[in-house]
Design a protein around this ligand. Structure first.
Ligand SMILES: Cc1ncc(COP(=O)(O)O)c(C=O)c1O
Length: 379
């Protein structure tokens, strides 16, 4: 089992930060990499054309390793919404077809599909929140031959409700539908294997569970979707861009694989070193180990708070790294601020008090959270 890793972060002892689902903290190695990256721009005479490719390709390779893909299948994007817009632009859709989404899904994975529906006459089909909390069954029940795309997460962003993407992916393939995943709220903390799930597009912003910088994201594109159009027509992702003296020999061809979808200025000299440092650290810890560590923290909290009437999605239907606490009658509107006064940080999303720990949360953090909820979560 992965031991507590708080020593790798600059988190003060008195801070109990249970809000990785809001914003993951940078670890010390990522901070150092970022500072070096910033300083590099002060000495541009040391930057060579090769530098426009090196870090981008290292980041692609590390992200690919995380999901069991090849580096050439990874595009560099600035946000989840950017990657989702690429997926939305490139999947054919027509009137009468449906796009499957979850009730109260995160908006970055809704607006692009609404736009496509306006353009094509297709419709969004929202899977209602299942009373028995089994999102997998609820999604499977809605898959039929009218579904052209399922645009889903691995777990619901409010309460952590889990989707079995292997089962869902297999069912979608039977009706010829595409699978687009926004795994911003899980990748890095929960294992995912694209060879098993077989998504068409999979996107993650790096600033939450990947513990990376803001404005960096990565996108896996399956080989059969690598002939589409990017949403920016930049020079770096065209064939032969390595030769800076030949850039005005304009090229119709792109670089290989998913690289054609890269954002403009993807070689971000300040941010990419941080993303690389954090991806290395996550791979070094091992995602299975991270998941086990965080799941144990959440189990401990959910077991303890049951005593004062706080419940959550049953374990078999909940992502282990994500705990949404619920209370009959709802939580006090001042609860978040009351907890913050004690330097305990969580979120409120939908009906859930969202507890999202990581490997830096120690026993003291848990004791303080449980104690505070015993005093403050009543009405
Ligand atoms: C599920 C999910 N996807 C994506 C994002 C971020 O979206 P974007 O990168 O488009 O800002 C969030 C932020 O809370 C999220 O919860």
């Amino acid at each position: 089992m992965l031991r507590n890793q708080r020593h790798q972060f600059n988190i003060p002892d008195e801070v109990a930060y249970f809000n990785c689902g809001y914003m993951g903290p940078l670890s010390k190695v990522a901070e150092e990499a970022g500072i070096k990256g910033v300083m590099q721009k002060s000495e541009p005479w040391k930057m060579t054309p090769t530098d426009f490719f090196t870090d981008s390709d290292i980041a692609r390779g590390l992200f690919a390793q995380l999901i069991n893909a090849d580096a050439v299948d990874i595009a560099l994007v600035p946000s989840a919404s950017y990657g989702l817009a690429i997926a939305a632009k490139n999947i054919p859709l027509k009137e009468g077809q449906k796009i499957l989404v979850l009730d109260e899904q995160f908006p970055s994975n809704i607006y692009c599909w609404q736009e496509r529906c306006h353009e094509t006459g297709a419709e969004i089909k929202t899977v209602p929140a299942p009373k028995d909390r089994d999102w997998t069954r609820a999604v499977l029940d809605q898959i039929d031959s009218t579904v052209a795309i399922a645009a889903l997460p691995n777990n619901h962003w409010a309460d952590g409700g889990l989707l079995d993407l292997v089962k869902i992916g297999a069912e979608l393939r039977k009706v010829g539908a595409k699978l687009v995943l926004d795994v911003t709220q899980s990748l890095g903390a929960m294992p995912l294997d694209v060879q098993a799930v077989k998504p068409d597009f999979l996107i993650a912003a790096a600033y939450k569970w990947l513990l990376g910088p803001y404005s960096v994201g990565m996108m896996y594109v399956s080989p059969n979707n690598q002939n589409g159009s990017p949403i920016e027509y930049n020079w770096l992702n065209r064939a032969g861009s390595e030769d800076f003296s030949g850039l005005v020999n304009y090229q119709d061809e792109y670089q290989n694989g998913a690289v054609r979808y890269d954002m403009g200025q993807r070689a971000n000299f300040a941010l990419m070193p941080m993303a690389i440092a954090t991806l290395r650290q996550i791979l070094n810890w091992g995602v299975d180990n991270i998941y086990t560590n965080i799941s144990a923290t959440n189990s401990r909290i959910s077991d303890a708070v049951r005593a004062f009437g706080l419940t959550s999605v049953p374990t078999e239907f909940r992502a282990g790294h994500f705990l949404g606490l619920e209370k009959a009658g709802g939580f006090s509107p001042t609860l978040l601020a009351d907890l913050a006064k004690e330097k305990i940080y969580v979120s409120h999303r939908g009906n859930s008090l969202r507890i999202t720990p990581h490997v830096y949360n120690n026993e003291d953090d848990c004791d303080r959270l449980i104690d505070a909820l015993s005093r403050l979560s009543g009405n």
